[in-house]
Ligand binder design. Structure first.
Ligand code: MN
Length: 228
């Protein structure tokens, strides 16, 4: 049967060095996955198991994009993150099999309306208003796992207008890439096209109109956005 109107395009992310793009199915995000960031958000990094929230697939934004300062916030934050791109389906994935489900890796930013997130936290409400808004998931080109080098010891950095704001190493993750896949696949059947934002290191902070943001993870393609 014909659609009532033209369906939205499938969101996608470029793949480095390849003329084909990665179609995005879902976006999962890990909360508080670096000890220093867990502390700066008022959590206890030693006691909390990983937890997840989501963004809509069409929140994804390509590197090089201008992102309008979002509505309904006065505290719009960057969170630099390693993004894991799932290439093979699986549920209840064993730790030793986790890596076989990864297509590749990308540099991404979990943009956050911190004031709305805080309000939701304080009232025990869902985080969607703070996390799952339009353009909230910038993601650079994906590098295949084979070409990504030793991602587990890669440096992760973010600059705003050339000034370093976040600087850490993927080895600082509380829950490793494998752990995240194990926990997440126990709650959701992972499918090709799923992206996992693995959490942000310490140093998150506000953005304003005119800011130029550049984020890197090792030798992966950098994520570059401008707030307009
Ligand atoms: Mn985050």
């Amino acid at each position: 049967m014909a659609y009532l109107f033209t369906p939205a395009e499938i969101p996608s992310v470029p793949v480095a060095g390849v003329e084909r793009s990665f179609p995005v199915r879902r976006i999962f995000c890990v909360g508080r996955n670096y000890a220093e960031h867990a502390r700066e958000m008022g959590g206890d990094p030693d006691r909390e198991p990983p937890f997840f929230f989501t963004k809509p697939a069409d929140a994804v934004v390509m590197s090089g994009s201008d992102i309008p300062y979002p509505s309904a916030t006065e505290n719009f934050h960057f969170e630099m993150e390693l993004v894991v791109a799932i290439g093979k389906e699986g549920k209840n994935i064993a730790k030793e099999d986790a890596r076989s489900h990864v297509f590749g890796y990308a540099a991404g930013i979990d943009l956050t309306r911190r004031d709305l997130q805080k309000k939701a936290k304080d009232k025990g409400r869902p985080w969607d208003s703070g996390k799952a808004f339009d353009n909230s998931a910038p993601c650079a080109a994906i590098t295949s796992a084979a070409d990504a080098g030793d991602i587990e010891t890669a440096d992760i950095r973010l600059t705003v207008n050339g000034e370093t704001r976040q600087s850490a190493n993927i080895s600082d993750l509380i829950w490793s890439i494998d752990d995240v896949i194990v926990f997440l696949s126990a709650e959701f059947e992972l499918k090709p096209g799923d992206l996992i934002y693995t959490g942000t290191p310490a140093g998150v902070g506000p953005l304003k109109v005119g800011d130029a943001v550049v984020g890197t993870v090792g030798d992966l393609s950098p994520i570059e956005i401008k707030i307009v």
